[in-house]
Design a protein around this ligand. Structure first.
Ligand SMILES: C[S@@+](CC[C@H](N)C(=O)[O-])C[C@H]1O[C@@H](n2cnc3c(N)ncnc32)[C@H](O)[C@@H]1O
Length: 283
């Protein structure tokens, strides 16, 4: 399993500049800080999977963790995070480890694992495989995982602009998922929940395979689906899209004309973390 994931890194390792740009998501950081301050107790051992800029590891150190292991696959980001730890006087508390999360084996089990590899309906980023690994190999049985739950929602949308970008004059391209701001899509039905994932009780082979029925509320053309998510960090602290994420646009192969009152049925299947496992079937 670990070997397979190493073979397919996809887009998940972020550049150091991307990791630093996530520091601009202030409400996301406030929610993480509140969650970390709520669960970290004096002397706790905390592991931060996908540390990026190191921001969550530094928050844990400042919340009086006894030790923090910050894991990151990108060597430049690890170096940046190390500099940030020095700037904040917590370098002695944080061990930086540059590796794939699935190669990290802790000396002792952790009290808390933080893992922020959210976004894109958990299709591309490694939140689900990393959470499974954290439960099986890193966390104490009584430990706490942040976030604890993720809900994924979908809706059919009209977006000639995004659908059309895969053809330039006579040059065509295969259709792939795209991140999209809400203004570039028009919802044609209410959002439906695709999956509610309890991250503490996931299985190694977690897959999503659901058939959803939408009642179309407006005449238009379905060019694709958009996926969004909410993640409960702990207690009532919930991350939402407006805390920093774009929606994921999944283009259909062929647009479908719809009218108000139509039932639009779609089967969506994928293995979280495996970008090319996505299958969309219109029924
Ligand atoms: C969404 S960013 C979060 C960064 C930081 N924790 C924050 O909250 O700003 C996810 C980070 O996980 C790293 N990452 C992605 N896949 C990884 C893997 N397989 N093993 C270790 N790190 C990974 C990325 O390079 C990126 O820095």
């Amino acid at each position: 399993m670990a070997k397979l994931m190493k073979d397919r890194q996809y887009a998940t390792p972020f550049t150091v500049l991307h990791a630093a740009s996530l520091l601009g998501q202030r409400s996301r950081l406030v929610k993480f800080r509140n969650a970390i301050q709520k669960v970290v107790k004096d002397g706790d051992y905390v592991v931060d999977l996908g540390t990026g800029s190191g921001v969550l590891a530094i928050m844990a150190a400042k919340a009086k963790a006894g030790k923090v292991s910050a894991i990151e696959i990108n060597p430049e980001s690890i170096e940046y995070a190390r500099r940030a730890a020095r700037l904040n006087g917590v370098e002695d508390l944080i061990e930086f480890v540059q590796c794939n999360f699935s190669d990290f084996v802790p000396d002792t089990r952790a009290d808390i694992v933080i893992c922020e590899m959210l976004s894109s309906m958990m299709l591309i980023e490694q939140q689900i495989p990393a959470s499974v690994y954290a439960i099986e190999r890193i966390l104490k049985p009584s430990g706490v995982l942040i976030p604890q739950e993720v809900d994924i929602f979908l809706a059919p949308v009209e977006s000639p602009e995004i659908w059309g970008r895969f053809r330039f004059q006579e040059i065509q391209f295969p259709r792939v998922v795209q991140s999209a701001i809400h203004e570039t899509t028009r919802d044609l039905a209410d959002m439906s929940i695709l999956e509610s994932l309890k991250l503490m009780s996931l299985k190694q082979d977690t897959t999503i395979d659901e058939t959803l029925q939408f009642t179309i509320v407006d005449k238009g053309t379905v060019h694709g689906l958009v996926g969004v998510f909410e993640a409960r960090l702990c207690g009532d602290i919930v991350l939402k899209m407006e805390d920093g994420w774009k929606q994921l646009f999944i283009p259909l192969e062929q647009p479908i004309e719809v009218s108000s009152g139509d039932i639009f049925t779609v089967r969506v299947a994928y293995r979280p973390g495996k970008y090319d496992s996505l299958s969309i079937e219109i029924l």
